[in-house]
Design a protein around this ligand. Structure first.
Ligand code: R5P
Length: 293
């Protein structure tokens, strides 16, 4: 039984300070529930509103790609510099220490491979396992215009509906097939569809022309995938221009773990994302860190 002996009436109600009714810092997220916002605040830094997600989920459809042969060796040294890890449950359980304090965005689609049609995916993780993994979001691809467009949208819808029950955000990834267009019109369409069906944020690709229209036309935050490996300065320049044109961060894989010096690269990317450091200066930082060993 609670102790009733020394009950004191409250005295300081802060009458001169009205309750904080300011809105939530993240685009399109002001009306979500507390748990959802709390998870999103672990993905996006509330001070900068941005994130550096380290993507190493590639093996789920392409096997042991360059830079991810041994996730325990390749990725572990990078995790301290990432804001978020994006990976499959298999990679996390087998190769990443559960003592990590980095939030996990869980790859939750699968069932395809580079030997078949990439758009033929299914939801590959139950929400219960996402919760068991302590994930802060679950992710699946939408392949707009792909052979299995409808199925891929249904996958994301399923994540959204189950996620809404548990306060688990959904990241919709705008997947691209070999022959699909990669321009602002396409990514604007795919991102907007993802947001309208209820995705809490969207991963898409940077495009040279009209990217600011992609971000402006999407009512929730956009993060960019890095795409194929570029020279380090070009990758930093892409990250800079994406942020400058409205992206809320990166979900970058190959341009980090395939860099000459991945540990230096992720720090340079973070400087660009969170501080909008100019690409040339971030590249200098990369080279200095690389030289410092
Ligand atoms: C690909 O489908 C995966 O979702 C990757 O996470 C994504 O493409 C980002 O990795 P990268 O920067 O290598 O493109």
């Amino acid at each position: 039984m609670a102790d009733l002996d020394d009950i004191k009436d409250g005295k300081d109600f802060g009458l001169d300070r009205p309750a904080d009714t300011s809105s939530f810092f993240l685009k399109g997220s002001a009306h979500l529930d507390w748990g959802m916002k709390n998870r999103l605040s672990r993905i996006f830094n509330p001070k900068t509103g941005r994130t550096v997600m380290l993507a190493f989920d590639h093996g789920y459809f392409q096997g042991p790609t360059t830079g991810l042969e041994r996730i325990d060796l390749n990725i572990t040294p990078l995790t301290e510099y990432a804001d978020v890890l994006m990976a499959t449950r298999g990679a996390m359980r087998s190769s990443i220490s559960p003592t990590t304090q980095k939030p996990l965005v869980l790859r939750a689609s699968g069932g395809n491979s580079i030997l078949g049609d990439l758009s033929e995916e299914t939801v590959a993780v139950d929400i219960e396992d996402g919760l068991r993994m302590n994930a802060v979001a679950m992710a699946a691809q939408v392949y707009i215009g792909g052979t299995y467009q409808h199925q891929s949208i249904k996958n994301v819808l399923k994540l959204i509906d189950t996620g809404m029950r548990y306060g688990m955000p959904t990241l919709a990834v705008t997947g691209v097939g070999k022959d699909m267009a990669r321009d602002a019109r396409y990514f604007g369409l795919a991102s907007r569809i993802a947001a309208e069906i209820g995705a809490h944020y969207v991963k898409t690709y940077f495009v040279e022309e009209g990217f600011e229209r992609v971000t402006a036309g999407c009512p929730v935050p956009i993060v960019i995938a890095g795409g194929k490996k570029l020279p380090e300065l070009d990758a930093l320049d892409m990250a800079y221009r994406a942020i400058d044109q409205g992206a809320s961060g990166v979900d970058m894989g190959r341009n980090i773990f395939q860099a000459d010096d991945p540990v230096a690269m992720i720090q340079a990317v973070s400087k660009v994302v969170h501080e909008l450091e100019k690409p040339e200066k971030a590249f200098q930082m990369y080279n200095d860190l690389k030289a410092g060993g």
